[in-house]
Ligand binder design. Structure first.
Ligand code: BYC
Length: 327
């Protein structure tokens, strides 16, 4: 069988050959290794979008911190939202190793030029939304992100290992919120089902467009950034949800969902891709709100960034002074 390295043209550089062999051997690319400009660009795109998703993703849930139904739930929700801030920071740091600064990435986000996950443009009107986000949104995130732990770019893979551990706790807390509601009053059961109805389809859209309409997948898979296609992961997610929905006693809102004996997989109903494209174009229910909130937070945090920079400068000056005295 011909290997990708053998397919390279004769004039390919030694560096390019080494990179291709590295990918082929399932080895890892480190920040100082040579990499094609397009590989770097793809990583910056995906990783910065991922970081932005974590940061914007704090908003729908932080909306409920002050209204959580008990002290225990408040503490758990605060811990989850703090984890998401942490995930954003690991991912921004990992992306910085590719030669873009945090300021540049943040500027792109607040200027409305960067993408973040479509899922965070939906509202959270009830407490059950905290359960549905944990169960469905974090569940989808786990399915998508576990394979990313093996992404060919080492800093991304390393960041994902820790993130995935925390996502597991996030998903369980969401499942548990829904389970408690489903053992509650009729009104609580209706609230849980309503939240599942509203979050189910958007959570399937998190995996991205169908494979035949996914311009980046083939190259990202060849570079072993992505290990599975959007549709493969979506399918895997639904297979995970079906038995869990039975335990919860909720109905997944897809009348066409049924087991296909021949394929050994579930057949899914048609996803409304028009809605997905509307959200991506900035016309989802909460796009404007999310972006405005991020801009406000950026402005409100300006004095903290300035104070931290002034302090770091002073510490550096002191270190230089004491080195000069010592020598
Ligand atoms: N939303 O060629 P495709 C979390 C864009 S946060 C928005 O398939 P790719 C959490 C895509 O960017 C989890 N845009 O792209 C946090 C591309 O546009 P550009 C976030 C989307 O990159 C807080 C175009 O559509 N997870 O878990 O090969 C609380 C064509 O798509 C979406 C990640 O970021 C979307 N859903 O595949 C709770 C995971 N889907 O850039 C939870 C890392 C597609 O060409 N990212 N687009 O203009 C990935 O795995 C991949 O980037 C995707 C898309 C599977 C999302």
């Amino acid at each position: 069988m011909t290997t990708p390295a053998e397919l390279l043209p004769d004039e390919a550089s030694a560096e390019e050959r080494r990179f291709t062999e590295l990918i082929e051997a399932d080895s890892r690319v480190e920040p100082r290794d040579w990499m094609p400009a397009a590989y770097r660009k793809t990583l910056i795109r995906q990783m910065s979008q991922h970081a932005h998703s974590e940061i914007i993703g704090m908003q729908p849930e932080s909306n409920w911190i002050t209204r959580a139904p008990s002290l225990k739930r408040k503490a758990i929700l605060m811990a989850k939202v703090q984890d998401e801030a942490g995930h954003g920071l690991y991912l921004y740091s990992a992306t910085q190793t590719l030669g873009i600064t945090r300021d540049e990435m943040m500027d792109q986000l607040i200027a409305g030029k960067a993408r973040y996950s479509s899922i965070f443009n939906y509202p959270t009107p009830t407490w059950a939304d905290m359960g549905a986000i944990g169960w469905l949104v974090d569940g989808a995130a786990i399915c998508n992100q576990v394979p990313l732990c093996r992404a060919s770019y080492a800093p991304y893979g390393r960041a994902m290992v820790r993130i995935c551990k925390e996502e597991s706790f996030h998903q369980r807390q969401g499942f548990e919120i829904l389970l408690e509601l489903m053992h509650g009053t009729d009104a609580q059961k209706r609230m849980a089902q309503d939240a599942v109805d509203r979050w189910y389809w958007p959570s399937l859209m998190m995996f991205g467009p169908p494979d035949d309409d996914s311009p980046n997948s083939a190259q990202s898979m060849a570079w072993k950034i992505k290990r599975f296609s959007n549709d493969e992961l979506r399918q895997r997610f639904v297979s995970m949800l079906v038995p869990q929905a039975e335990v919860l006693g909720v109905t997944l809102p897809d009348p066409d969902l049924r087991w296909n004996e021949e394929r050994g997989e579930y057949d899914l109903g048609e996803i409304d891709w028009t809605e997905f494209h509307e959200v991506l174009a900035g016309r989802g229910p909460c796009n404007a709100l999310r972006l405005q909130r991020r801009r406000d937070a950026h402005e409100e945090g300006r004095w903290v960034r300035e104070a931290a920079a002034a302090y770091a400068k002073r510490v550096a000056e002191r270190e230089t002074e004491s080195e000069a005295v010592a020598s």
